[in-house]
Design a binder for this molecule. Structure first.
Ligand SMILES: *Cc1c(COP(=O)(O)O)cnc(C)c1O
Length: 355
């Protein structure tokens, strides 16, 4: 099966090879070297001097960490689909007050709406934004939205799970307090790792937080990090080795610009091919995700296209949440070769011809 999934995605051969090694102590000098080399490469990749923690959870662990460590009473969550909704659910489940800003499905968060929502409620301490809403195949104008958050003095949490690695993010320039991702998306590594940068301000909030729990206590993570001891609990060592191999591969090709170009090229090829087959893209023009195309399904429905494509040897992704029937998705994250895109599009043409 050729994968055009949205996570887990196909992994690079270099990554799988790096993960196949025998285990050893996560307190050893060898592991700490691997750990901090990975952290330094990530810091350069997303433009930050903040510490980056590697949770042995998925990216969602950072939603819980952000809510519990950095919000006393209330935050604003921007919702463009299922993952923004999840952030709101996580914050609520942890006893926080949640104000939701939710444009119609397929539309981005606008600067005006965000500005208005923050003006309306001065008690909002933080804003959560999904950079790339995977369920709708939509990317938000994060840099401009971050500017609005900064003007209001709130903290900013960014779910960059399906954008980190695939498109530009500049954590320090844009003023992001917590920016997190997962191993199994743009970096093309198996699942099991949450990757997140945490600002000084977020750490200060954590220092004063009550009832923040233990496992995701950011001050605890920071203590181990700053003392050069890696992680408080056992690291997901194979995933860290895999991520390190992916970052080395990217750096070996001259860095993130090369990687972003690969995403752009694959994404354009897929979107152009799909439009040539007479289908349209779901989100509003100009806000199409660079890592996943969410496509309006023909009358037969999204699940039928997905099922028929499996029969052709291609694993795409079904529509998600409210869009399950109306859409299907084609991811371009991870290990995908350009020739396979053409084969996949040919198969899609055959499948559409049968409906
Ligand atoms: C996949 C995804 C998540 C969930 O990630 P986990 O690794 O399963 O925690 C959250 N947000 C977005 C935007 C995603 O694409």
């Amino acid at each position: 099966m050729k994968l055009f999934t949205v996570g887990p995605v196909a992994c690079y051969p270099e990554v799988l090879e790096a993960m196949a090694g025998q285990m050893y102590s996560h307190r050893s000098e060898e592991y700490l070297e691997l750990h901090f080399d990975t952290v330094e490469r990530l810091k350069a990749f997303i433009g930050t001097g903040d510490p980056i923690f590697l949770f042995s959870s998925t990216g969602t662990g950072f939603m819980e960490a952000a809510a519990r460590n950095c919000v006393r009473e209330k935050l604003l969550v921007c919702v463009n689909g299922s993952f923004g909704r999840r952030f709101a659910d996580v914050a609520e489940a942890n006893g926080k007050g949640v104000v939701v800003l939710e444009p119609p499905l397929g539309e981005p968060i606008s600067e005006e709406a965000l500005d208005g929502a923050l003006d309306d409620d001065p008690a909002i301490e933080a804003v959560a934004i999904t950079h790339n809403e995977t369920s709708a195949g939509l990317i938000n104008p994060l840099e401009a939205l971050a500017e609005v958050v900064k003007e209001h003095g709130s903290m900013l949490f960014v779910d960059a799970v399906s954008s980190m690695g695939g498109t530009e993010i500049r954590v320090d320039d844009w003023g992001i307090d917590i920016c997190f991702s997962s191993s199994q998306k743009c970096f093309g590594v198996p699942p099991g790792l949450g990757i997140g940068s945490v600002s000084e301000r977020a750490l200060e909030a954590s220092a004063g937080a009550v009832d923040k729990g233990w496992y995701f206590d950011l001050k605890l993570w920071e203590r181990y990090h700053s003392q050069g001891r890696g992680t408080p609990m056992t690291s997901a060592m194979p995933q860290v080795a895999g991520l390190n191999a992916a970052l080395k591969m990217i750096d070996g090709h001259g860095g993130r610009g090369w990687y972003f170009d690969a995403f752009r090229r694959r994404n354009e090829r897929i979107r152009g091919g799909v439009e040539d087959l007479g289908l349209s893209i779901f989100p509003k023009k100009g806000y199409e995700s660079p890592t996943v195309s969410c496509i309006n399904a023909p009358e037969a429905g999204g699940p039928a296209v997905y099922g028929a494509m499996r029969g052709e040897g291609f694993e795409l992704a079904q529509g998600y949440g409210a869009l399950k029937e109306r859409t299907f998705r084609i991811g371009n994250m991870g290990y995908i070769e350009d020739d396979d895109i053409d084969l996949m599009l040919e198969a899609l043409g055959r499948v559409l011809g049968k409906f």
